[in-house]
Design a protein around this ligand. Structure first.
Ligand SMILES: [Zn+2]
Length: 189
């Protein structure tokens, strides 16, 4: 038994036909309180009338037309996420293509970098060994490998080729992703 009249949200529970814990005392109060019973009846009448109102559908693009007049301030992380999402192609085929392309580029770039590092190390080590009798120390070896890199010695030919492949791959990847991003933007628009 309630010792006060029902609050609006308690009346809402009764109108909605809520059967949760705590509704039974509210119902009991309404049965003994004519004032609350009257308010509940009035509420039920309004809800019934609202249910009878025909459901209109706004014209196509209504929300978009409204939103063109609304200035939405986006937090930077939302804008960033949106930009990232726009870069992802729409169609499944293009997505697979982009994923495969990214995978190939990543593998090629890291593989080439590893190979280059390994070759440079090897070159430095061999020239270092060759120069061991003359000048000792790491600096001589480093100087020798730098010289080998700069001058087109036969041994550094493969190294130059590797560097060229790495550069071309990076360039092609950049261009491909720019094209992909442009295509994605065109799809969006
Ligand atoms: Zn009451």
């Amino acid at each position: 038994m309630q010792h006060r009249h029902l609050l609006p949200q308690e009346l809402d529970l009764l109108v909605d036909g809520d059967v949760g814990f705590g509704v039974a005392p509210l119902r009991a109060h309404v049965e003994t309180c004519p004032e609350c019973a009257e308010r509940l009846d009035a509420l039920r009448a309004v809800v019934a009338q609202l249910d009878a109102v025909p459901h209109f559908t706004p014209r196509l693009g209504f929300a978009d037309r409204v939103m063109t007049d609304v200035q939405v301030i986006e937090p930077w992380h939302v804008a960033l996420a949106d930009t990232a999402r726009r870069l992802v192609p729409q169609s499944t085929g293009m997505r697979v293509l982009a994923a495969v392309g990214a995978g190939v580029v990543a593998t090629t770039v890291s593989g080439s970098a590893l190979w280059l590092a390994f070759r440079a190390d090897l070159l430095g080590w061999t020239t270092g060994v060759a120069l061991e009798q003359g000048a000792q120390g790491t600096w001589a070896a480093i100087g020798a490998s730098v010289r080998a890199l700069l001058t087109a010695q036969p041994d550094s030919g493969a190294l130059a080729l590797g560097a060229a492949v790495l550069t071309v791959t990076a360039l092609v990847a950049t261009l491909a992703f720019q094209r992909l991003a442009a295509a994605a933007r065109a799809n969006q628009g």
